[in-house]
Design a protein around this ligand. Structure first.
Ligand code: LM2
Ligand code: CA
Length: 647
């Protein structure tokens, strides 16, 4: 966007945070150049995310003409390039501070209705402002931009953001986004448990920056013993599927917003360890920083004689020159990104930490170890199938042998890069990233550039809370269960045994209550670790000697006084309910099947189902047809493929 130009301050980097209009002229170039960059990046599987500054315009006192010719006058609140005039800024009477600036983070209205460091604050409640912002975002979408960071989201009302986003169209299939893709959104909210505004208020408008993670990680790298407590929900840290994490960002790496207790490229050895740990660890959605060198905290990027931003110089060895740091090209960091892609969707297991070294596995797909002092020699459980693996960090110069017991001797002897990362299918230069893709219908989350024409979507990952209702007015004494999973003909390795079948989906059941009404549900959910086709699981609990016949449902009602009242039941009596956390990686792109099963003089299996296509806002096409219910678990979809701002 067009922004202020400040020659007297040597064109500081933060010029960009004082918008003048939504035209795409800046110190980096013209709208045509931007459109061309995005198009070329999309063509090779690299997506573009824009830092959208929509809370405010320029600071008070800023006057001039910007790169695209738009004039600006902060004191007059006059921005003809949009246009915005005085009535489009937050009325003074809504800001409780005496000088009109944000100065008390304990008061919500102060944070959101006052001027942040004197920046003229847009009145996001106005239809006109919402529309102008949406127009800007829709222009980005048309150009092929995949997502945005919302700058200073903490200083905006979540409802205003939600309204602006509701006006944004789906991403264009002409740029390779699957039909129905939404703009990826992350809200910049600096929450260190120190004010009235908290990250959870923004869960409905996208992901949220988790600044506590920067601090926790810095403390952990200084003292490995603290790494175990990296994610501290007790401290208010964001939900796993909403946390946007990073070691450092453009602000806190130079002492601006959210600074203090942050590791940066200025201490390369610690920085590599911090980024390695972040990328190995499953929490959140990770961002890798890429910087330029600076000595003064206001200093702008490397520049040409006219102060326009200079091109990045790529040296013969692949590193950067010309003042650019390019952390993303550092060996450890680039390799660990491959590792993260290779183990996506797996949980952290076999955690080991002796205060000087740390190690853990990621499901049965990868294993990571790191030694603070540069060396370690330990035999550890890797969680991996037996075999020979190679350390991708040293480009497979060393091998690691995993025995039939899953254990391996892990040796590290490298002061600068004291890290071992091994993963199933990983070789010297590649990890098994999602298949590359060209053409018009490729997945958004493709991590590597296209090499052939196969298009796939990134596999679903993580766990998702999944609640299933079955409406059935049963007779007294009858019990309802569900059975399900994946069709045996659609997946190899399926056998009539919940414990070993590849068609059974791992679940952990959630409590619905402890009153007598739930006695049966609670008895039968014990040991129910799979949604499967095979009836009672070995080890599953029984009720008064009566065995379970699948995953148990509990009778629920929407009547508040009913013993079976559940707030998620919006419909009436006889809505039988199951509440589980489901392992998304075991679904088919989020889809799975199920059928009800009625016992005690009941009909047993539910009749076959003839199910039409899914309609409604979620949409989606089932991966195959079946005579069972086909369920689309929307929350198993990769974030980039689902609406984050339209829950
Ligand atoms: C952000 N997050 O909420 C950005 O990440 C952060 O980099 C932005 O501040 C801030 N919000 C506003 O978008 C930066 C920089 C400030 C700078 C502003 C505006 O950290 O130092 O403020 O951009 O360019 C500058 C002067 C400040 C002056 C202000 C307005 O440093 O002294 O305040 O301009 O003229 C009177
Ligand atoms: Ca505001």
């Amino acid at each position: 966007m067009e922004h202020v130009i400040l020659p007297n301050d040597n064109y500081p980097w933060w010029q960009r945070y004082q918008p003048v209009s939504y035209q795409l002229y800046s110190r980096s170039g013209t709208p045509e150049q931007f459109a061309d960059m995005v198009r070329r990046c999309n063509a090779v599987g690299v997506r573009t995310y824009v830092d959208a500054v929509i809370n405010h315009m320029t600071g008070l006192g800023r006057v001039g003409v910007s790169y695209g010719g738009s004039s600006y006058n902060g004191d007059a609140h006059d921005f003809p390039g949009v246009p915005y005039t005085a009535e489009h800024f937050t009325p003074k009477n809504l800001c409780p501070s005496s000088d009109g600036n944000v100065n008390n983070y304990a008061v919500e209205e102060n944070v959101r209705n006052c001027y942040l460091v004197g920046l003229t604050d847009l009145y996001g409640a106005l239809d006109y402002v919402r529309n102008a912002v949406a127009g800007y975002l829709n222009n980005l979408v048309d150009l092929g931009v995949a997502g945005i960071r919302i700058d200073a989201a903490k200083h905006m009302w979540p409802a205003d953001i939600a309204n602006m986003l509701s006006r944004v169209k789906d991403l264009p299939t002409s740029h390779g986004f699957p039909a129905g893709s939404k703009l990826f959104v992350y809200n910049e909210v600096i929450d260190r448990n120190d004010g009235a505004v908290t990250v959870d208020e923004y869960y409905d408008t996208g992901m949220v920056t988790e600044f506590r993670y920067c601090m926790k990680l810095a403390w952990g790298i200084a003292d490995y013993g603290q790494l175990g407590g990296l994610v501290d929900y007790g401290w208010g840290m964001a939900r796993d599927d909403r946390a946007f994490v990073f070691v450092d960002n453009h602000d806190n790496q130079r002492g601006h917003g959210g600074a203090g207790d942050v590791i940066t490229h200025k201490t390369p050895r610690e920085y590599k360890q911090a980024v390695a740990y972040m990328t190995a660890h499953p929490y959140g959605f990770a961002q890798v920083m890429s910087s330029y060198y600076f000595t003064n905290t206001d200093e702008g990027p490397p520049h040409n004689a006219d102060w326009s931003t200079a091109d990045v110089v790529i040296n013969a060895d692949g590193s950067c020159g010309g003042g650019w740091v390019c952390e993303h090209r550092w060996n450890v960091i680039a390799k660990m990104v491959r590792f993260r892609n290779a183990v996506a969707g797996t949980a952290m297991e076999n955690y080991w930490n002796n205060g000087g070294a740390v190690a853990f596995s990621r499901g049965n797909k990868g294993f990571f170890a790191m030694a603070k002092g540069g060396s370690m020699d330990q035999t550890l459980s890797t969680g991996l199938p037996a075999g020979t693996y190679c350390n991708i960090i040293d480009s497979c110069a060393t091998n690691i042998n995993v025995g039939s017991d899953g254990k391996a001797r892990i040796q590290i002897n490298n002061y600068e890069e004291p890290i071992v990362a091994i993963c199933v299918g990983c070789t010297a230069d590649s990890g098994p990233t999602s298949a590359p893709c060209t053409g018009s219908n490729c997945g958004v989350t493709t991590a590597s550039p296209p090499v052939d024409g196969t298009c796939t979507q990134a596999p679903p990952s993580g766990t998702s809370r999944t609640v299933i209702f079955v409406q059935k007015a049963t007779s007294v004494g009858q019990d309802l269960f569900i059975r399900g999973g994946i069709d045996h003909t659609k997946r190899p390795g399926c056998v009539d045994n919940a414990g070993t079948s590849a068609c059974a989906i791992s679940i952990t059941t959630n409590s619905l209550g402890t009153s007598a009404h739930y006695d049966k549900y609670n008895a039968w959910r014990v040991g129910d670790t799979k949604l499967d086709w095979y009836g009672v699981q070995s080890g599953q609990g029984s009720y008064n000697g009566q065995a379970s016949a699948g995953s148990p449902l509990a009778w629920t009602s929407n009547t508040a006084s009913s013993s079976g009242f559940q707030s998620l039941n919006k419909w009436g009596d006889h809505y039988w309910m199951l509440d589980v956390n489901m392992d998304c990686s075991e679904t088919e792109q989020g889809w799975f099947e199920l059928k009800a099963f009625l016992t005690n003089s009941g009909s047993g299996w539910e009749n076959d189902i003839s199910q039409g296509a899914c309609t409604g806002t979620a949409g989606g096409t089932a991966p195959y047809t079946t005579k069972n219910h086909m369920v689309d678990n929307l929350y198993c979809r990769p974030l980039s493929r689902r609406s984050l701002h339209r829950p």
